[in-house]
Design a protein around this ligand. Structure first.
Ligand code: AMP
Ligand code: GLY
Length: 449
C-alpha cells in the first residue's frame, strides 16, 4: 500500500461542502451482499480517507471483516434512515435493483451522497427497450432490433428476422432474460411466454427482438461524472457454466483483466464511437450520468457493438479490475457521486488479475447450501479470497449460502502468474460441492498471451 503522503487529497470542491470529509474521517456504507460488494468494501477500507466501512446486508466473509447491517437493499426508507443514523458520508450502491428503485434519488433528497446513477439514468440497465431506442437515436452501433409490447406485431417482425435470433425481456431479469433462439418457432414461444407475463413477470411485458451478433465479448467499465469519465481496464467474463464456454448461462464463472483483445488504440476508437456519444446523448436528453457505466461490447467483424449497458460494477469483473487501480479510488467515487470533475486518467498498476468463481455443484440450477467451507489460515501468495454466497455460523465457521460461493483472486506481473495464484487458492479452499471452471482466461491464452 502507498504511504499516506503520496495519496491525492480530496478535491477542494468536495471539501467545501463536506467539512467532515477529512483524512481518516469518512464513513462509507456499501449496499449489497456479493463478491462485488466484498471487493468494494475492501478497496474503500484501504483508503486513508476512510474511518469505517459498513456493509448492508453483506455476507459471512464480509461480516468477519466489516460491521454489517441487516436490511434489504430494496427498502429505500430504511437505507435512508440507517445512512442518517450512522452518519454515513458516502453510500456505494453495488447492485442494479436499488439503483433502478431510485435509492440514489432518495438518499440525495435527504442530503446523503451516494455513488451510482439516479433512477432515470438507471433505465439504461432497467429497460433494454429504452436503451435500444437511445442507441438508435444517437447512432451508437448496436444489433438491429424491434421493441414490442403486443404479441401480434412481435410475431410478424420475428418471421422477417434471420436465424439465430435473440429474444430479450426488456426489464431486469438477473441475467436470465436473454434467449438465443435457433428457430422461429422457439422464438415465437419465448415471445408469447414473456409478453403474457408467464416467464419474467413484469420484466417481460416488453420484449426486444434482436439480430444475433458474432464475435468476442469484452466489458468496458467507466466511472462517470456527466460527460467526464475515467476508464478501467478492459476485462473478459466467462458467462457459461462449463469449460470451453458450454452449458447454461450464469452470473459469471470467472474473469480476467486486462485483456489484450482491445489494444489502447482500439480503446481510443471505442471511446470516440461509443463512450462519448453515449454520455453526450444522455446529457442532451437531460440525464447526468454518475456512477459506473459498464458497457458490454461484442467485437464483430463490422466493429464493436453495444450488447448492453449495466449501471453498476460487474460481478465478478469488479474482483479483477479494482485491484489493478494504482491510486485511492475513494476520492474518485466521491467526485463522481457529486458530479464533480474527474482526473483525465486513473493510475493503473502494470499487473494482471484473474478471478475464478468457486460455485456449488448444480448452479445455475438448484444446489446445496449450508456446507462448511475449509479456508486455510494462510492464503497462497498474491491471492485473496472474496466472499459471494456465504454465511457466518454461530461458531464462527463459514457456510455456503449461494450458487456462486467464493471468488479466488490472483494478481501477478503476467496473466499466467495471476492464474497460478488464483488456481492455487481454488485448490486450498474446500467444501463438499465445490466446483469451478479450470479454463478461465482460455481465450487470452489461445491468443498467445
Ligand atoms: P445482455 O444481458 O443483453 O448482455 O445479454 C447477455 C448475454 O447474451 C451477452 O453477454 C451475450 O453473450 C448474449 N447476447 C445478448 N445479445 C446478443 C446478441 N444480439 N447476439 C449474440 N449474443 C447476444
Ligand atoms: N458479470 C456480468 C454482470 O455483472 O452483469
Amino acid at each position: 500500500m502507498k504511504g499516506k503522503d503520496k495519496l491525492p487529497r480530496l478535491p477542494s470542491l468536495i471539501q467545501e461542502n463536506h467539512n467532515q470529509m477529512n483524512e481518516n474521517n469518512l464513513r462509507i456504507l456499501v449496499l449489497g451482499s456479493g463478491g462485488r460488494e466484498h471487493t468494494l468494501a475492501k478497496i474503500c477500507s484501504e483508503s486513508p480517507l476512510v474511518r469505517e466501512v459498513l456493509v448492508a446486508p453483506g455476507n459471512g466473509g464480509i461480516q468477519k471483516e466489516f460491521r454489517t447491517l441487516d436490511l434489504s437493499v430494496e427498502d429505500n426508507s430504511k437505507i435512508v434512515e440507517i445512512a442518517k443514523s450512522e452518519n454515513i458520508d458516502l453510500v456505494v450502491v453495488g447492485p442494479e435493483v436499488p439503483l433502478c428503485n431510485g435509492v440514489v434519488d432518495d438518499l440525495a433528497q435527504n442530503g446523503i451522497l451516494a455513488y451510482g446513477p439516479d433512477a432515470q439514468c438507471a433505465r439504461l440497465e432497467g429497460s433494454k427497450a429504452f436503451t435500444k431506442d437511445f442507441l438508435a437515436r444517437h447512432n451508437i452501433p448496436t444489433a438491429g432490433y424491434g421493441n414490442f409490447t403486443e404479441i401480434g406485431p412481435a410475431i410478424e417482425y420475428l418471421y422477417q428476422c434471420t436465424l439465430p435470433v435473440v429474444v430479450k425481456a426488456s426489464g431486469l431479469a438477473a441475467g436470465k432474460g436473454v434467449i438465443i433462439c435457433s428457430s422461429h418457432e422457439e422464438a415465437e414461444k419465448e415471445i408469447k411466454e414473456m409478453l403474457s407475463g408467464n416467464s419474467f413477470g413484469a420484466s417481460g411485458s416488453e420484449v426486444v427482438i434482436e439480430e444475433f451478433l458474432e464475435g468476442e465479448e469484452a466489458s468496458l467499465h467507466l466511472i462517470c461524472s456527466g460527460e467526464d469519465y475515467v476508464t478501467l481496464p478492459m476485462s473478459q467474463d466467462h458467462k457459461k457454466v462449463g469449460e470451453g464456454d458450454t452449458g447454461l448461462n450464469t452470473g459469471g464463472m470467472g474473469a480476467y483483466a486486462p485483456t489484450s483483445l482491445v489494444t489502447p488504440s482500439m480503446l481510443n476508437e471505442y471511446e470516440e464511437s461509443i463512450v462519448r456519444p453515449t454520455l453526450a446523448g444522455l446529457k442532451s436528453e437531460g440525464m447526468n450520468f454518475r456512477g459506473t457505466l459498464y458497457i458490454g461490447l461484442m467485437l464483430t467483424q463490422d466493429g464493436p457493438k453495444v450488447l448492453e449497458f449495466n449501471v453498476r460494477f460487474g460481478d465478478p469483473e469488479t474482483q479483477v479490475i479494482l485491484p489493478l487501480v494504482g491510486q485511492d479510488l475513494v476520492p474518485i467515487l466521491i467526485a463522481s457521486a457529486k458530479g464533480a470533475e474527474l482526473p483525465e486518467k486513473l493510475i493503473m498498476k502494470d499487473e494482471f488479475a484473474m478471478v475464478v468463481v468457486l460455485a456449488s455443484a448444480g448452479y445455475p440450477g438448484s444446489y446445496p447450501k449450508g456446507q462448511k467451507i475449509e479456508i486455510p489460515q494462510n492464503l497462497p501468495p498474491s491471492s485473496s479470497l472474496i466472499h459471494a454466497g456465504t454465511d457466518l455460523s454461530d461458531d464462527g465457521s463459514i457456510l455456503s449460502s449461494g450458487g456462486r460461493v467464493l471468488g479466488a483472486v490472483g494478481v501477478g506481473s503476467t496473466l499466467e502468474d495471476a492464474k497460478g495464484a488464483a488456481y492455487r487458492l481454488c485448490e486450498s479452499v474446500d467444501f463438499p460441492s465445490k466446483f469451478y471452471r479450470k479454463d478461465i482466461g482460455h481465450r487470452e491464452f489461445s491468443r498467445g498471451n
